[in-house]
Write a protein that binds this ligand. Structure first.
Ligand code: NAD
Length: 488
């Protein structure tokens, strides 16, 4: 891996502390960082290098997945860190930043490879990218890359505008758009599952698959994020990005070569084939929900509109379920169901693939009807793969019953999403980052749904907290003769 400078904007922020420093530290311990590197933290607050280093040490101690943080190792790690106070909206303040970066490059004999990570509010993305260019910080003899966090725009027009502005300073190949669901080991495993297993490869199409169900359920409510969430909702917070990314990863076909370009090309083809919805037909395919008061883990919880910071009249969606059709020859006739919600019964992200059962007729005269074969990919919080098959149970008069074959590997000490993603970005591998075209196509698909919600063309179903969303979500599948699997 090339030696480099990592410039982190938003170095005193919550994301940096909870995710980025622990991820860098774990990469360091695993010897996955270059032998020599410099990390320049940028924030608005005035901090000395020592103060900054001790806040990094504190965040590593608090949030690293490794329970033991060795004093000696952390001290060596911290030596790479320095801090620069910059108001990112002021172009003049980029000059001292550039000097600092160059000073350290000279002192450590680093090539001018520069990684810029924008862990700041989205309104700063454009101005930082443009100041990086204008100041000369982005003019390097080596490579330069930009990592940005979601949200990538708040609608299609703003996403396009942002992309254009970033494009003035960085090439598409230099931009790494983080969707941390793409960093989850089991989402990354989807591609290997198909490419390393001829069995699954043979079955990955409409001849064998009846439907696909992608769920991302949270038990938490809006917490203290009402200011952000009430203007966003589940559709923009989860569906436009994470849910559609999981859908693309599940539905993509194996490219001839496993490269970032080809994989992202296949994902793009999926999104291009997703059947667009007209605003008027959204209500037939999309369920909008909002949690009401209910009970979770035996404790009463308030409804969304009674949460602090939420207006009583709020119609924000805290739950969305949708039926998605992919109009290509592989998936013709196979519904993909996605659902995501807050205050659901269980915290669980999973992908369930239900296989067709052509033998069903044979059992018509028998009492027991075999359950369908299911391939279950657990993404979060547990990670694993399981296959539900049917087998005669000798202890129950030879009745055919579903049994689950669990392929889960041990999940102890699995690297976190941010570790995998940062490692890839540092190596210049963009496979698991969202390409602009994927983002754009996702916004194009979501926009009519946004409009239908805004114009109240879709009913808002209030569901009791602690359920799997409103009944309308179950009815969406029932209409096609299916049901959500694995709901407890
Ligand atoms: P935060 O408010 O905790 O931190 C913001 C950082 O920006 C601070 O370091 C602050 O000093 C810096 N900053 C603000 N104004 C500045 C200015 N004018 N000049 C220089 N620096 C300035 O925010 P956060 O929670 O760390 O989130 C950062 C970004 O990541 C946001 O875009 C957020 O949407 C996204 N994100 C956060 C999380 C999370 O878990 N916190 C998860 C996913 C995405």
């Amino acid at each position: 891996m090339d030696s480099m400078t990592f410039v982190l904007f938003g170095a005193t922020g919550d994301l940096a502390k909870r995710k980025i420093y622990p991820a860098l530290y774990n990469l360091y311990l695993d010897k996955k960082l270059p032998a020599v590197f410099s990390i320049v933290g940028v924030g608005r607050r005035g901090l000395s290098d020592e103060e900054f280093q001790s806040s990094v040490a504190e965040s590593v101690r608090t949030f690293s997945r490794r329970s033991q943080v060795e004093a000696q190792q952390i001290n060596a790690f911290l030596e790479a860190f320095c801090y620069c106070s910059v108001d990112v909206t002021d172009p003049k303040e980029f000059l001292p930043l550039q000097e600092r970066v160059k000073e350290r490059e000279a002192a450590l004999d680093l090539p001018e490879n520069r990684m810029f990570y924008l862990s700041v509010a989205p309104e700063f993305f454009e101005v930082i990218a443009s100041n990086i260019r204008a100041s000369g910080l982005g003019t390097t003899k080596g490579w330069k890359r930009l990592i940005i966090e979601k949200p990538f725009g708040h609608d299609l027009a703003s996403a396009r505008q942002l992309n254009e502005k970033l494009g003035a300073s960085f090439e598409e190949e230099e931009i790494y758009r983080i969707d941390h669901y793409l960093g989850k080991p089991m989402v990354q495993n989807l591609e290997a599952l198909e490419f390393a297993n001829p069995v699954f490869q043979a079955l990955w199409n409409n001849q064998y698959i009846a439907n696909v169900q992608i769920t991302a359920g949270e038990t938490v409510g809006v917490e203290e994020r009402a200011g952000y969430y009430d203007h966003t909702g589940a559709l923009l917070d989860m569906v436009q990005n994470h849910m559609l990314q999981m859908l693309m990863m599940t539905a993509m076909h194996l490219p001839k070569r496993i490269t970032a370009k080809e994989i992202r090309g296949e994902k793009r083809k999926v999104m291009e084939a997703v059947r667009p919805l007209r605003k008027e037909e959204v209500s037939q395919h999309v369920v909008r929900g909002q949690y009401g008061a209910g009970e979770l883990h035996g404790k009463p919880v308030v409804g969304y509109v009674d949460e602090p910071g939420v207006s009583e009249a709020s119609k924000t969606d805290t739950f969305v379920a949708a039926r998605v059709w992919i109009d290509d020859p592989f998936w013709q006739g196979v519904p993909f169901y996605i659902r995501t919600g807050k205050r659901m019964k269980e915290k669980s992200t999973r992908i369930v693939i239900e296989f067709k059962n052509p033998l069903e007729k044979l059992y018509r005269h028998r009492q027991e009807k075999p359950a369908p074969n299911l391939l279950i990919i657990s993404v979060n919080p547990d990670e694993g793969i399981a296959l539900q098959v049917n087998s005669k149970n000798p202890t129950n008069s030879g009745k055919i019953e579903p049994v689950t074959v669990d392929f889960s590997a041990g999940t102890k000490d699995v690297p976190e999403a941010y570790e995998l993603l940062l490692f890839d970005a540092l190596r210049g591998d963009s496979t698991y980052f969202a390409h602009w075209k994927e983002v754009e196509l996702s916004w194009m698909w979501v926009e009519p749904i946004m409009a239908a919600f805004r114009e109240d063309l879709v009913p808002l179903h209030v569901y009791p907290a602690g359920m799997y969303g409103p009944d309308a979500s179950a009815e969406l599948l029932l209409a096609d003769g299916f049901q959500w699997w694995l709901d407890k």
